[in-house]
Structure formats: structure tokens, C-alpha cells
Design a protein around this ligand. Structure first.
Ligand SMILES: [Zn+2]
Length: 205
């Protein structure tokens, strides 16, 4: 099995969203078929995942760094300046993943054991120090930041968990979207508006 490079997890944090420069834009509702993570499972897991993410982000906020500090030349061509100014990354040796099994989501135990290059929670992403200078990894995680914002935490969580279960990691729709965008970015083909790309892809799911 291919090593999992990137993952984004979900959370139900339904409250604070520090997006001031964007109109609050709702992506079209995902047509999630079939629902493989039951509402009961989610209702039990949500508060636990939410608490874990809030606690984890709070603990690491002191290490969060502005994306601008990396002086990447190409990211500003694809992402809105407000997104780049409000999102931050946290360099780390091993990215933190919630203890899913203990939270009643034992079906995702494989994720828990994974060794990932990056993981995004809301507008913060953890990134392994070994890949921290790779602009494409930041690009990939920023696509997830957009997904979090456009879907909202609860729909993001549901879509991500269902996609993972139904299609597997790489073919899960939210992950595939990030990989496809990253591939275009790496090819240096035509510059595109990343947010528009995510909105359109969410609408076609
Ligand atoms: Zn990803």
C-alpha cells in the first residue's frame, strides 16, 4: 500500500471562523451517497474530535507560523491574500492525528497509524519539518483549508469520513481534489484561482 502522504481530518468545530476578508460563501451541498458513517456515530464522535482539535490547536498556536515567512513565490498567484494571511502552518516532527479508535471510530484506525506529511485542521496545518520547504505541500494543505471553510467543519468531516470509507484515501473526493490541484501546480501549467477550483469541484461532487 502506498504510504499515505497527506491527510486532512475532520472536525465538528462549528464556531469560530476567522475569515474576515471573504464573503461567507457556502459551497453547494455535497451529495453524499451512501451515508457510510452513521449520524449516530458522528454525533458520538463529533464532540470528542472537536475537543481534541481545539486542545491541540491551542497547544501549538505558539508554534504557528505565517505562510509569508516562507517567502514562496507561487502561492500568492493561486490563493487570495487574505487566505494566505490568516492561515498558518505548524512545523512538527510527526503530525498529530486524533485518537480515533478511542473516540469510537475504530474503522479509521489505519489513519491513526499513518505517517503523514501534513494535516489540516480548519485554517491551521501541521507539516513535517522534513518537507516544510516544499511549496507544493503547502499548496496541498491550503486546498484543504479552503475545503474546511467552504464546506464548514461538520460537512467537511462527514464528507471526508465517508469519502475515506467509500473510496479509500487517495480516491476520496476531498483528497483527490487536493492531489489534482497539487499536480496542476507542480506541472506549472496555467495559473488558476484555487478557491474557484475548489468551489467548482465541490459543486460537481
Ligand atoms: Zn490531503
Amino acid at each position: 500500500m502506498r504510504r499515505l502522504d497527506f491527510i486532512t481530518l475532520f472536525n465538528p468545530v462549528a464556531t469560530i471562523y476567522p475569515w474576515t476578508g471573504f464573503a461567507q460563501q457556502q459551497a453547494p451541498l455535497l451529495q453524499i451517497r451512501p451515508v457510510v458513517v452513521t449520524p449516530e456515530e458522528l454525533s458520538i464522535a463529533y464532540p470528542k474530535v472537536e475537543a481534541w482539535i481545539q486542545k491541540t490547536l491551542a497547544a501549538y498556536e505558539k508554534d504557528a507560523q505565517p505562510i509569508g515567512s516562507m517567502h514562496f513565490a507561487r502561492l500568492p498567484l493561486y490563493f487570495h491574500s487574505v487566505l494566505l494571511a490568516t492561515s498558518k502552518f505548524i512545523p512538527i516532527d510527526r503530525v498529530p492525528i486524533p485518537p480515533l479508535t478511542a473516540m469510537g471510530l475504530g474503522r479509521f484506525a489505519e489513519v491513526e497509524r499513518g505517517n503523514f506529511s501534513g494535516v489540516t485542521y480548519l485554517d491551521r496545518y501541521f507539516i513535517k519539518r522534513t518537507v516544510m520547504i516544499e511549496e507544493a505541500v503547502h499548496f496541498h494543505e491550503l486546498i484543504h483549508v479552503l475545503q474546511w471553510r467552504l464546506l464548514g467543519p461538520e460537512r467537511f468531516l462527514t464528507a471526508y469520513a465517508n469519502g475515506l470509507e467509500e473510496f479509500g484515501y487517495e480516491d476520496s473526493p476531498l483528497e483527490k481534489m487536493a492531489y489534482d490541484a497539487e499536480a496542476s501546480f507542480k506541472r506549472s501549467s496555467a495559473i488558476f484561482d484555487a478557491e474557484k477550483f475548489v468551489v467548482e469541484r465541490l459543486g460537481s461532487l
